[in-house]
Design a protein. Structure first.
Lengths: 286, 286
């Protein structure tokens, strides 16, 4: 993907690169068309694996280098096995390069195994019809100040490197599970931005939808909630500023659950919609 | 995919096979592992192309023959170009065969071009935890008799072969666009079943979510609404009987729209959830 915005190309105030750009860098292998080398950074590790939103953003950026269109309009990742921090190969394939849309696949491979398989259809967000007829309303939750005062994540979360890559200020109503009082509604909402001040862009949206605590916790479940599949529709380029991320589960059944996400930007635009299928945790809260 | 239910293996009363089973038959090519030959049937044509739900069901069945698990739990199709009735090749690839989940891809190829690219993670619906904690409620709409009396599709639709493969009785409140009075809510709901009496199963669910009139019509748009990408989560095996299919669009913007679907079975279980990204029609209703 060509680096398009000042936020992406400018160095941070201390002269380094922004974390998300640094850690999604892929280098094309000159002797193997479509194959790129990368390193999955331990800075995005959560528990024993690497965050699925980060992996999706990395694969999306690699796929973007192969396609004539810059932005993922709809992108789906399947996660057959957990990825580990360290070297990885990204293999991309172009399925079609159309006039306004291009489709391709990217797989993240470690030890010869596909750890993540991504299919995306890309276009140019800046070329879209300006008409917006969205009937969805932004999630209503307390102000940034109120969430900052009362919506902090439990300290246990901060032990994961991944949690230091973003700031997330939760709606206090959706973080009561942290004190043993899940609401039972299956909702998690937060103000969200990258911790190092990088402005949001489509890659950041792919990350944001998989960055909050699992909605399963608000249903009274505890434990690991591995993502089976994650699909994101990027519908507009977000303006700089905080994002509002809203996640909801309505169908926890059979040991699986869906997590539906919406991301609204600082201008009040619905910029991304997501859905993932995840395994419900095996351990239930008493 | 092994044929598992009486509905799939039994002949119809007149001794032929059910249409969906007949027209998703793929024959493995003995000299090319993972490659199957098939024919896209003109009976599932709509307009100039072939229905996307039918293509997804066909690819899902082909992929199932390669995987050790029988049922698509989450499956995504991208449609880079329109498919045509006639011979096609399905190329499958196994990405991982796990103990409870298996992941693979299938592509429908015509004239050397990938027309549909599918990625699916499969499992065994019959092996799932029986616990159901779904908080979603079934869509409320009028009885079968009321929909049958007042929810018929406009005659123009019946000119497409595809419309004869299923019976759909629409909620009268969501078919006013047919008389020039779209509700503006972007909703289409219908009682739905296969026309030849075949019981629903996971393949039929993949079809059902892409079988109704586009929600765009209820937003006052008219014209072709091509699917860019369609993802379906199959969450339970449906019981025999009518399905209730509910589709909704909340984010029509930039020349694209999402279509969120739910399918409820005759026992009141939420058996499938879907979302597609589609191009909005270029022609607007006055």
């Amino acid at each position: 993907m060509t680096e398009r915005t000042a936020a992406e190309t400018a160095p941070t105030p201390d002269g380094t690169r922004y974390e998300l750009d640094r850690d999604t860098t892929c280098v094309a292998r000159p002797d193997a068309p479509g194959v790129l080398d990368t390193t999955l950074s331990a800075d995005w590790a959560f528990g024993m694996g690497v965050n699925g939103g980060y992996l999706l953003a990395l694969a999306a950026r690699a796929l973007g280098t192969s396609l004539a269109q810059p932005d993922p309009f709809t992108i789906t990742a399947h996660y057959p096995t957990a990825s580990r921090p360290g070297p990885a190969e990204v293999r991309t394939e172009v399925l079609r390069a159309g006039r306004t849309l291009a489709t391709g696949t990217a797989r993240i491979v470690q030890d010869g195994e596909t750890r993540v398989h991504v299919t995306g259809t890309y276009g140019d967000l800046d070329a879209l019809d300006p008409e917006v007829r969205t009937s969805a309303r932004p999630p209503e939750f307390p102000s940034l100040a109120e969430c900052a005062a009362n919506g902090a994540l439990p300290a246990a979360f901060r032990r994961n490197a991944f949690m230091h890559r973003s700031e997330q200020l939760l709606d206090p109503a959706t973080v009561r599970w942290a004190v043993g009082e899940p609401s039972g509604r299956g909702e998690i909402r937060a103000w969200w931005r990258l911790a190092d001040g990088r402005d949001p862009d489509p890659l950041a949206l792919l990350l944001a939808v998989d960055s909050l605590a699992p909605t399963a916790f608000d249903l009274g479940m505890r434990g690991w909630v591995p993502t089976v599949e994650l699909t994101v529709h990027v519908r507009a380029r977000p303006v700089p500023g905080w994002l509002r991320v809203s996640l909801r589960t309505r169908n926890a059944a059979g040991g699986f659950l869906e997590e539906d996400g919406e991301v609204w930007d600082a201008a009040g635009r619905l910029v991304a919609q997501s859905r993932q299928l995840a395994r419900a945790p095996r351990q239930r809260q008493a």
